[in-house]
Ligand binder design. Structure first.
Ligand code: ACM
Ligand code: ZN
Length: 502
């Protein structure tokens, strides 16, 4: 079988159908997919050896395929499902489609990859290549981490200097211990609003939702460097040249901070049609709020018991503002460590098992992204391919059927991903493992079978010039694994920007 992710059900009958030189027809409900069929399958419109038909009974994103010597019939109830039928045929284009049937639908409706472009910038072409790879494996969410302490990478018309100044840091950390490179990084490295619109449209053609993240009220130094008056101490600061969590965060007691975040939200909402908006909310130190008169006055006025409740106040206010614009808020699980959070919020679960399980037990919803299982910046000795293949609520000790789990997402943070070669190495073939973890029912998943199917897809990546991690390195085990752990661990701390892909 030459397909990733593995379908929910398939019954091969023996024999193969070759698509080359054949024609296709579509139900008019799928007319907008005609260019996609032409491009991906090299078919011409005609009598319809290959037919795309509506079947209302098929669930959203699902599709069925029947193949015999007469041709191929693809059924779906809506366009996204029909698109996944096309993708399945595309994967079989070279080898021929096996006669038989496929009944397919995803385990989770949300199947994502996150990309941090703040720490290191990856341009429009890299983003598009990633989106194309995601679509080819039926991933459907691209979470775009656009801002952080080390860089602001999206144009905001109301504050033109924000991207121009916020995208540059005067120096760059070469390791986790503070060794500096001695050179400026990032000048001109940001996405214009036109770039964003182009990428969002490119993703939409591939049924991928792009979710923007503006991390607030922490991880915001690149903006506070331009507007220090929005921090508690109001002291000048710089776009951070070093990794790690910063104490300086937005001043919740200052109404101008809310005016600023609303301005950003307004423009970002106009650019991204996604129903979701990610506000970050991770790793927000409370130190500066403790000694800030404005924050302390707000705590008194609103009867907030502890500094942490200031983050709750900020989150609730921001959630309400986003709701007024028709958006649902997503935040990292730290947003639960404060006072009451609106039930409609979606929590991205990267640590914090107890708080997230409690949230789920109250009827909340989550996206599963455990750092120890699926962080893509970690070396393969930490989050190897097999571990990532196991991504799901069960990897966090929850039930596979846990209610409230919308899906899964693997983040690619880029502190130590400094070029495209390393980007490829960290991402592939983990992307394929994430795709199958998100799509294939647990009863059908099998790591060994996955790696066997993966082989021919690695050939494709090679042809495409993608520097994927090869089989002998993606699952280091035994003595070899221990040796790698030791060497990579030391190098990772001391020199993350040198090649440690043993
Ligand atoms: C995170 O890794 N700080 C969400
Ligand atoms: Zn303050």
């Amino acid at each position: 079988m030459r397909i990733i992710p593995k379908p929910a059900e398939n019954t091969p009958m023996g024999g193969t159908y070759f698509l080359s030189g054949k024609t296709f027809s579509t139900d008019k409900a799928f007319a907008s997919l005609i260019p996609t069929v032409e491009k991906r399958l090299d078919l011409r419109q005609g009598e319809g050896d290959v037919a795309f038909l509506v079947d209302e009974k098929i669930p959203p994103q699902g599709y069925n395929i029947e193949v015999n010597e007469e041709g191929v019939k693809v059924y779906a109830s809506e366009k996204q499902g029909a698109f996944y039928g096309i993708i399945t045929l595309q994967q079989y284009k070279k080898t021929g489609v096996p006669y038989g049937t496929i009944f397919d639908k995803p385990r989770f409706s949300y199947r994502g990859i996150m990309l941090d472009v703040a720490r290191h910038f990856f341009d429009k072409e890299v983003v598009k290549e990633t989106l194309e790879q995601m679509a080819y494996y039926k991933l459907n969410v691209f979470h775009w981490h656009l801002t952080d302490d080390q860089g602001w990478r999206v144009e905001i018309k109301k504050y033109p200097h924000l991207a121009e100044v916020g995208c540059v840091r005067k120096d760059e950390s070469l390791n986790w211990l503070g060794k500096m490179k001695g050179e400026e990084y990032g000048r001109g490295c940001y996405f214009t609003q036109d770039d964003i619109r182009e990428i969002v449209a490119f993703a939409a053609e591939r049924f991928i939702t792009v979710i923007p993240e503006i991390d607030m009220p922490g991880h915001l130094t690149s903006a506070l460097a331009l507007f220090p008056e929005l921090s508690c101490e109001k002291k000048p600061l710089e776009v951070s040249p070093k990794w790690g969590v910063k104490d300086t965060v937005g001043c919740i007691g200052n109404p101008d901070f809310f005016a600023f975040t609303h301005d950003i939200i307004d423009e970002i909402c106009d650019l991204f049609p996604s129903p979701y908006f990610h506000i970050g909310g991770d790793e927000v130190p409370r130190t500066k709020w403790k000694s800030c008169p404005a924050c302390q006055a707000l705590m008194q006025e609103k009867n907030l018991k502890k500094e942490g409740d200031l983050q709750g106040y900020f989150t609730r206010e921001t959630v309400a503002y986003l709701a007024s614009k028709g958006k649902r808020t997503i935040g990292w699980n730290e947003i639960l460590r404060t006072n009451d959070i609106e039930e409609n919020v979606i929590v991205q679960w990267w640590t914090g098992k107890d708080e997230t399980l409690q949230w789920l037990s109250k009827g909340g919803e989550t996206i599963v992204s455990p750092c120890k299982v699926c962080y893509l910046d970690y070396p393969y000795i930490a989050t190897n391919l097999e571990k990532i293949y196991g991504l799901g609520p069960e990897a966090m000790g929850a039930s596979p059927e846990q209610k409230g789990v919308l899906g899964i997402e693997a983040p690619l943070w880029t502190e130590v991903i400094y070029d495209k070669k390393k980007y490829d190495f960290q991402l592939y073939p983990r992307l394929q493992a994430v795709a199958e973890a998100g799509w294939t029912p647990l009863s059908r998943k099998n790591y060994k079978d996955f790696t066997e199917r993966l082989a021919s897809f690695l050939e494709e990546l090679k042809e495409q010039g993608i520097n994927f991690c090869p089989p002998e390195k993606y699952n280091p085990v035994g003595w070899k694994g221990l040796r790698q752990k030791w060497i990579v661990g030391r190098k990772f701390l001391r020199e993350p920007n040198v090649e440690v892909n043993l």
